[in-house]
Each structure stands twice: as C-alpha cells, then as structure tokens.
Write a protein that binds this ligand. Structure first.
Ligand SMILES: *Cc1c(COP(=O)(O)O)cnc(C)c1O
Length: 680
C-alpha cells in the first residue's frame, strides 16, 4: 500500500511474545517463548500522548435527558492502550505508512495501601490483569481459541483503533456524517469483527446519532476478507463472555442481530436459512455472519475460495445480497520474495528484461517466456539454482548441523502443520519410496531430499504427532545405508519468514497438496513459483490460478478436484476399501503401526486414517483417495527432472508467469473494487 501510495494504517497488538520458537527435542516439538522486543523494539516508537482508554465489564445505567435515552457503562475496568508505531517504507516513494501496535497498561497505579500492608500480589493485581492483554499471540492457525483473554485482546485493539480513527476524523472534519466517505476499515479475517458494534456504540452513545444513521455509515465503512472455510476455524463466541466483558457491545450486537434476522425472514420465509444466517444462535455469536451483515463487501482470497463462499459457506447471504461478494486473489511482495532474497535470479531477470522495470511492473516478468529455447539462459537459470542450493546447504550445515546433498532434488513442504495441508500424504509417499528401495536398492537413480518445516499449534495433538513421525522417518532413513545418496528426509526446526527467505531460492519442488476445497489461497505456493520451483499440487486455492497461467505442461497436478471431493463425501467415503484393494498403500500404512528404529509407533495415526477418532471421520482429508495419484505425480516430476533442459524451461515459465501473484496487483484490486481509492 505504501508503494502504491495509498495512505493507510495497519493496526494490531504490541505482543510481548510472538509466535513461539520451535525446538525439536527427541523428535518432538517443544515451544519456547519468543521475546522479540529485546531487539525488535528498536523499530517501535511509543506515542503515549495518543493513548486510548478501553473499558471492560461493569454495568449499564439508562436515563432520559433532553428527550434522548442515554446509556452509561458504570464500574467498568479501564485499560490504557498505548500506541507503538512502526514506520512502513515502500519502494521508490517518499511516503511512509504506519503499523500501529497497541500496548496495554493499567490505568490504576499500584495500590500503596495494600502494598504497605505487605499484600504485594494483591496490590499489583489490577496492573497484572491489564497487562496480560498484550502478553501473548495465540499460536492457533485455522482453529479457534475460545478463551476470554482472546476476546479481550480483540476488543482491546478494536476499541482503541476505532476510537482513535473517529477522533482523528472529527479533528479534521468536525462531523461524523461523512465518516464513510473518508475511511474504510478492512477487516482481516473475523478477529477485528467487533469494529462493527464498536462503531455503532461510538456513533450512537458518543455522537448521538440514531440507529439508522449509525448503521448506514457503519455498513458503508467496513469490508470483510474471509480467510477460511474450515468449520472449526469460523469464529463463534459464547454469548455469556460478551455479556460479562462487553455489556454495551452485547446490547448493540443483539439489536444488529434482531434487525438482520428480520430482514432474512422477510426475504426468505425459510426457518433453516434464518438459522444458518443468524448472528446470534444457540448461545453463540457468529462473527463471520456479523461481518457479512455489517459490511459493504465480503471477499475470498482466491477464485476457487470466493466461489465456495458464494455456492456453499455463505450461499444464503449471497442469495440475499449478491453484490457484496467479491474475490481478491492473494499476492506476495515480489520485491522481497524474489529481488531481495534471490540476487542471482534478480540479475538474470534484469539482464533479460533490460533493467529493473519488473520491480514496479511485475507483469514484465512475462518477457522471460521468450527465452524458453535459449540454451544459454536455461543453463544460467540452472546454475543460479545450483548456487542457491549450495548456499542453503552451507547454511544448513552451519546452523543446524545437517548435511544436505546438493545433487539431490530439493523437494520441499514448508507451511503450518495442519491435517488438511496433508503433510502426512507426503510422508506416506516417502515411506512407499523407502519400501521400494528396500525391495530393490537400485529403485532410486536420482537422489531425492525431502525437506519439511512446520510449527504445530501447541494444543493440536495430531499435528504434533505428525511432526514426530517426520522425525522418526528422517532418523530411520538417515541410519539405513541403503538410502545413502538416494533418499533423505530433513525436518527444519523453527520454520519462519527468515528461514523461508533462505529456503525459497534453493527449492526445486513445491509441495502444495491440500485436500481440494480446503486451502483458501496459500501464499507459499506463490513464493516457490517466483523462485522457479515446480509445483506438485492439487487444484486448490490459488494453485488453480497458477494452473490457469501455466497449463498442465508446467506443473504436476494430481488428485480429486473440489467438486469431486464433495461428491465422494456425499456418496460415503470408505478408506478401508482402498486399504484392502491396494497392497502398496496397505504396506505404507502398516509401517505406521510397526514404527521405526527409534522405537516409536504411530498406531494412532493409522487408526485415524482407517477408522477415524475423537469424533472425526476416517481419513477426513482423503489421503488414501489421492495416494496413487500423488505417487504418480511425484514419479512424473522425477522423470522430468532427468531432462534438465525441459526442467529449466518449466522453471523459467513459472518465474515468467508469476507476476500476477505480486501483492501490488492484489492491493490495486482492493483499492479499485472495494475501497474505491486512487493509487499509483
Ligand atoms: C508464506 C508463509 C506461510 C504461508 O504458507 P502456505 O504454504 O501458503 O500455508 C506460512 N509461514 C511462513 C513462515 C511463510 O513465510
């Protein structure tokens, strides 16, 4: 947004601890605190003079004055929100934007009376309470954490932000009647959904507007980006948490809900639809429905995902207000994810395209297509990848003590650990390769290194078991002489952006193998593509749009499509049938039960795939259904790798056609189609 010269501010919490640091101890994930501010706070500028007060709890008192009903929140606990600003530079512009992170401080000084009586803990109780709000970032990914602290965090940063934006608007315009003409609040997932009732609260309680005027301005100021269709990740809050911690917000949300429900009833006259579209139902507040009701636009983050929102997840809302539904396919900053991290490739591009135009006009990359038959260019591309693999090999040796084989195919799956992303499918295929090698030590002619990196949410037991399985398998293969210079598995500890920046330029194969229909977009897929890795993937998320520009001939597509997944589930999917029918698959799965040389067995994962467990159905994510197709795609990939000319051609086409996945394009689409603001 800064590069496009759009004035904008990002808002979040100034967490004391970021996402945990991951250590692997005896194959298992251990979480350590990430005290990032030690050095990172050098970039933070506190602005105590712009602090806001955020109120929690208390009771409501109503009274009439001057013919108006007034509502005051009494006996609330006040938490001070102190802005810490980070400057966001763009490329080739004199403008900067701000990322504003709110820190939480108690308003009450330490109770000296208690303190001098020796009741130290009690004396600092209120202070400690306030300050826990900015203590930790919840590490869940695509899963909800229903803790009251999480709700408090959300209201804390939303209320501070909205109060600040409204005040700034009033300072400039002296009225709120034109608020929607001068501001857009883009809700990134449902976590800031409370901006909707918070705007209503301020417009009504503080500016004295009536409901209809406040609602009109609110709904023209807010837009919502949905990031997931996974049911377990759609935010729902128990209404009693609202009632207790946010009494006035609860009152306003109830009224929003009542009016929305009436509109739905009048439109559809269908109780099932009323129930599905309700904002409050069964004692819960459904944040996505609140965002749809309270905003002017709803967008998904890839073409497929946005279609699924309209046809499936929010189909009733789409039927009532089709104009709200849009798509903005995600993008990545190509200046970071190509130019900055891959200087070798950056120089080649500048040589071939005649300068650095591509930095501002990413579609310029398309010119690389013209060199697909230029052997000199193809060789240079191959050498750049080779150099990057050697650099990463050095880095891995230096920092992790692992010895990678730079002659091997670097086949990479790095992303958060989640069952729907199917790291376990990758593992099953590696087990199949290993078993093949045991039957015939000459079965692998091209050395193959599988690299994994993933953090599991600390409470996600299955994800942690899969991490341990990857490490057990890596250890087994490392200790089997049959595998030497043929097969290798490495789990890279503590996968994070700075590791991704080193890894992407060295990657040759990008694993994007989620169950079709489950990944909203993916952005890792784009980073790999831009660095010339070839994708082995399903038609899911933005892989679909990658396929649109690459064609079948420039990626290794496999597996069920989203509609086929839905169809298979409808008719009743029975993975045991595949197990009984396919001896290769059976042998792989049996290896989970047998376990590995470290003595660890994975019967739990075996049971999960064949019979289901803990309320989830057998093989919920269709690993068995896609297994043979996946093995076929990997075989195809390895065969193609033997023809380095062909491989480098494909790699060149991937880089050439990655321009549409530049963030500049995505930001421009938000500016043009949702915010209606000018840009460079
Ligand atoms: C890009 C990125 C992601 C997102 O990866 P997906 O494969 O799209 O899930 C996750 N973590 C890190 C550190 C990243 O850089």
């Amino acid at each position: 947004m800064t590069t496009l010269e759009i004035p904008a501010t990002g808002y979040s919490i100034c967490y004391e601890l970021g996402i945990f640091k991951q250590k692997i101890v005896e194959g298992q994930q251990v979480e350590l605190p990430d005290d990032w501010k030690g050095l990172g706070s050098a970039w933070l500028l506190p602005k105590p003079e712009e602090a806001q007060e955020v109120r929690f709890g208390g009771t409501l008192r109503e009274f009439w004055d001057d013919g108006h009903l007034h509502i005051v929140n009494e006996g609330a606990t006040t938490v001070l929100a102190i802005p810490c600003d980070m400057v966001v530079a763009g490329y080739d512009t004199h403008h900067v934007n701000t990322l504003r992170l709110w820190d939480a401080k108690s308003t009450k000084p330490v109770d000296m009376a208690l303190f001098s009586r020796g009741e130290y803990l009690k004396a600092t109780e209120e202070e400690a309470m306030a300050e826990t709000i900015a203590k930790i970032l919840y590490p869940e990914d695509n899963h909800l954490e229903g803790k009251s602290l999480r709700l408090k965090q959300q209201y804390f940063f939303v209320s501070a932000t909205v109060q600040y934006i409204v005040k700034k608007h009033l300072d400039v315009y002296g009225t709120l009647k034109n608020f929607h003409e001068k501001n857009v609040l883009q809700i990134n997932d449902t976590h800031p959904a409370l901006v909707i009732p918070e705007l209503m609260r301020i417009f009504i309680d503080e500016a004295g507007m009536n409901w209809d005027e406040a609602w009109s301005i609110t709904t023209q100021s807010v837009a919502y980006t949905n990031h997931t269709v996974l049911a377990e990740a759609l935010e729902r809050w128990p209404q009693n948490l609202f009632e207790h911690f946010l009494p006035r917000i609860w009152q306003i949300t109830m009224e929003i809900s009542r009016r929305w429900q009436k509109r739905v009833e009048d439109f559809y006259h269908d109780e099932n639809k009323t129930q599905r579209m309700a904002i409050i139902w069964g004692g819960e507040v459904r944040m996505a429905n609140l965002c749809i009701a309270g905003g002017m636009a709803v967008n998904g983050v890839s073409g497929l995902h946005s279609e699924i929102l309209k046809k499936d997840v929010f189909k009733d809302a789409y039927g009532m207000e089709p104009w709200k539904f849009q798509n903005v396919t995600n993008g990545i900053d190509h200046r970071r994810w190509l130019s900055e991290i891959n200087p070798g490739l950056d120089s080649l591009i500048k040589d071939l395209t005649g300068g650095d135009d591509y930095l501002m006009k990413p579609l310029t990359l398309r010119k690389l297509d013209d060199y697909a038959d230029d052997q000199t260019v193809l060789d240079r591309l191959g050498e750049i990848k080779r150099r990057n693999k050697l650099d990463f090999t050095d880095y891995a040796r230096r920092t992790r003590g692992v010895e990678l084989n730079p002659d091997a195919i670097f086949d990479v799956q790095v992303k958060r650990l989640h069952e729907y992303k199917r790291q376990l499918l990758n593992v099953l295929h590696i087990i199949a390769l290993y078993q093949k090698l045991q039957d015939d030590p000459n079965a692998i002619t091209r050395p193959h290194t599988f690299l994994f990196g993933a953090k599991a949410a600390p409470g996600y037991a299955v994800a942690k078991r899969i991490i341990r399985l990857i490490n057990s398998l890596a250890d087994q293969i490392a200790h089997d002489p049959i595998c030497k210079d043929k097969l290798q598995v490495v789990f890279l500890e503590n996968y994070r952006v700075s590791l991704a920046e080193r890894l992407m330029p060295a990657s040759e194969v990008s694993q994007q193998i989620s169950t079709a229909g489950k990944e909203a977009s993916g952005t890792g897929n784009m980073k790999f593509m831009m660095n010339g890795a070839l994708t082995v993937g399903t038609l899911d998320g933005a892989n679909v749009e990658m396929h649109d520009v690459l064609g079948d001939e420039n990626m290794f597509l496999f597996g069920l499509r989203a509609d086929e997944v839905a169809e298979l589930k409808r008719e009743g999917y029975i993975p045991q049938r595949l197990y009984n029918r396919d001896p290769q698959l059976r042998r792989c799965l049996d290896a989970l039960r047998t376990g590995f040389r470290d003595g660890v067995t994975y019967d739990d994962l075996y049971q999960r795939l064949l019979f289901g467990a803990g309320g989830s159905p057998a093989d919920e994510y269709l690993l068995l259904a896609d297994f043979q197709a996946y093995c076929g795609a990997e075989r195809q990939m390895v065969e193609t790798y033997q023809d380095q000319r062909r491989w480098n051609q494909m790699s060149l086409h991937n880089i050439a056609r990655s321009g549409i996945f530049a963030a500049d394009r995505a930001v421009a689409e938000y500016a043009d189609n949702i915010w209606h603001v000018p840009h460079r």
